[in-house]
Design a protein around this ligand. Structure first.
Ligand SMILES: Nc1ncnc2c1ncn2[C@@H]1O[C@H](COP(=O)(O)OP(=O)(O)OP(=O)(O)O)[C@@H](O)[C@H]1O
Ligand SMILES: [Mg+2]
Length: 252
């Protein structure tokens, strides 16, 4: 599904990512864990095209992103959805929330999912359908982002991200800004949607318990270097990298 191959990135002579390679298989959730500043969001930005790598390659279903331009690139990009930690950044403060949720359906009319086609003529109805999928209701449709709780905003950001059925969802600390009880609700929602829509996830988090709950495979990043890659069930095995053990012990 997604292959990141020997990616390096530096900002002003400072190495942020060094030779990072990882693979997210179809239907799989890959967890990426590492301390603050280790380069997790930088990698997410490179994958979604907000920045470009100095070297290395990113491929989606075998197609090298760097080699695509214009319409062809747009066509591939629509298969990658993204949810950031800070939903304020992804939700337009000046628009009622339903418009932001329905925006990708307008930009990619050819990608409107089958279950929304009946309501194709009415974008607000499509938005309501998406709202219900993520546990929001019709009374949230006309709210502005600041009128929703953090959990509701994150639900709206998820609704927008899944609106055109991406094959891959990049989740960059999607629950870090939320209360513990709300975090669990959102993680459960994401898990359900993943099964229902057959998505793959790249799940970025500080929270090793959340990563274990969500993911099949886990990658550990430190100072831009990938130190350890293993299946979730092997987290507490003796052969883990000392740094991974430290993360697992401290519950970091
Ligand atoms: N556009 C940029 N220009 C310069 N430096 C940057 C830029 N983006 C990120 N960095 C630097 O890259 C490093 C890694 O940042 P990044 O956001 O990827 O870390 P992170 O692992 O996501 O951390 P956190 O867990 O706090 O979100 C940091 O030192 C940051 O200052
Ligand atoms: Mg980050």
């Amino acid at each position: 599904m997604l292959t990141v191959s020997q990616i390096s990135k530096s900002y002003k002579d400072h190495n942020i990512l060094s030779d990072v390679s990882l693979t997210v298989k179809e239907g799989e959730c890959l967890g990426l864990i590492g301390e603050s500043g280790s380069g997790k969001s930088t990698l997410a930005k490179l994958i979604v095209g907000l920045d470009s790598a100095d070297s290395g390659e990113i491929t989606i279903n075998g197609i090298v992103l760097r080699e695509q331009k214009g319409k062809a690139l747009k066509k591939i990009r629509r298969h990658i959805g993204v949810v950031f930690q800070d939903s304020h950044a992804s939700l337009n403060p000046k628009l009622p929330i339903w418009k932001t949720v329905a925006e990708p359906l307008e930009n990619y009319p050819e990608a409107i999912p089958a279950y929304l086609l009946e309501e194709k003529a009415d974008r607000k109805k499509m938005a309501l359908h998406l709202f219900k999928k993520v546990g929001l209701s019709d009374r949230h449709l006309d709210c502005y982002p600041h009128q929703l709780s953090g959990g509701q905003r994150q639900r709206a950001a998820i609704a927008r991200a899944i609106s055109i059925e991406p094959k891959l969802l990049i989740l960059d600390e999607p629950t870090s800004s939320l209360d513990v009880s709300v975090q669990a609700q959102i993680l459960n929602l994401l898990k359900e949607l993943k099964e229902e829509l057959g998505m793959s996830f790249l799940f970025i988090s500080h929270d090793i318990a959340a990563v274990r709950f969500m993911c099949d495979q886990i990658c550990v990043l430190k100072d831009g270097n990938l130190l350890d890659v293993f299946s979730s069930a092997e987290l507490f095995e003796d052969k883990r990298h000392p740094y991974t053990k430290q993360l697992a012990d401290t519950g970091y």
